[in-house]
Write a protein that binds this ligand. Structure first.
Ligand code: ZN
Length: 291
């Protein structure tokens, strides 16, 4: 299938802003004996909408959300690819958060950053926002090796799970690949799996996250830990017949050697990511993936 035929097609229809619908919601109380809350959500800034705040260290699975290392952690933000996903604007949304969390942040618009093994080894989190495009085998292996050694990898929407479509090695690393979205933005929900609701990335969030944006159909690796799913309408004629009524992963994590990978399919447009709940979900995912 041609690149054109596989094109995301995201930009060809009318914008319809998602509204911040969710006020601040409580997060679970820290249980007795747990560590002091680490990695508090970033400081509220003037003009920034309220969002879910609170500890990002949860008792689930023994997962810690921040490093205890004395040295600042390092984050590498890789952005580029298809402009329809606003790679600069969307990643800019999270730079202050990462810095608030103690990361030294480097931003690169070149996939050659994946060729610098020493720099990647010293990087605790890679945030990638690079829709479609092409990656060389050497760049892929550089990234995969770094994650295997413990560097975290995280991202949202096409910037991580619709990148480098021809590269199955990369898709294996991320654990999932976009394959379709209905042509128009649909009202739909992303639903936290009840049996994963205590995972630190989704703990305390609403069980259903209402959205009006692209709804992604993805194919995922059998090994991923699915935290939330989305179900396509069984009756909407704008959902391709083959996918009506189906449920597929929408948020997941995976392990890759010593590294952690976090993928959220939400984030076609910047105001998807400024929704209180989506932003918190995404921020937590970044922290969860970081070494
Ligand atoms: Zn999109």
């Amino acid at each position: 299938m041609s690149r054109q035929a596989l094109s995301d097609g995201c930009g060809g229809y009318g914008g319809c802003a998602i509204r911040a619908r969710l006020a601040s919601r409580p997060v679970p109380a820290e249980p007795k004996g747990s560590e002091a809350p680490e990695g508090q959500a970033s400081k509220r800034r003037p003009g920034r909408p309220s969002r879910v705040t609170g500890p990002t260290s949860y008792p689930s699975n023994g997962v810690r959300m921040t490093s205890t290392a004395a040295q600042p952690r390092r984050a590498l933000v890789i952005r580029g690819g298809w402009e329809g996903h606003a790679p600069v604007e969307t990643t800019d949304l999270f730079l202050p958060f990462l810095r608030d969390q103690g990361f030294e942040v480097t931003v690169s618009d070149s996939l050659d950053a994946y060729l610098d093994a020493d720099a990647l080894a010293a990087t605790d989190l890679v945030v990638q926002c690079w829709t479609m495009g092409e990656i060389t085998p050497e760049q892929t292996e550089g990234l995969a090796a770094a994650v295997r050694a413990g560097t975290g990898l995280a991202g949202w929407h096409g910037g991580i799970c619709d990148a480098f479509r021809a590269n199955t090695r990369y898709q294996w690393l991320t654990g999932g690949q976009f394959v379709m979205h209905p042509e128009r933005w649909l009202d739909h929900t992303v639903d936290v799996r009840p049996d994963r609701a205590d995972h630190p990335v989704v703990a305390g969030l609403p069980g259903q996250i209402p959205l009006h944006t692209e709804q992604y159909l993805v194919h995922t690796d059998p090994s991923v830990d699915v935290l939330a799913t989305t179900t396509f309408s069984a009756t909407d004629q704008d959902v391709p017949e083959e996918s009506r009524g189906v449920t597929c992963p929408a948020v997941w994590t995976r392990r890759w050697g010593a590294g952690r990978v976090f993928v959220s399919t939400i984030g076609h447009k910047p105001d998807d990511l400024t929704d209180d709940t989506v932003r918190t979900l995404t921020e937590r995912g970044l922290l969860w993936a970081a070494r």
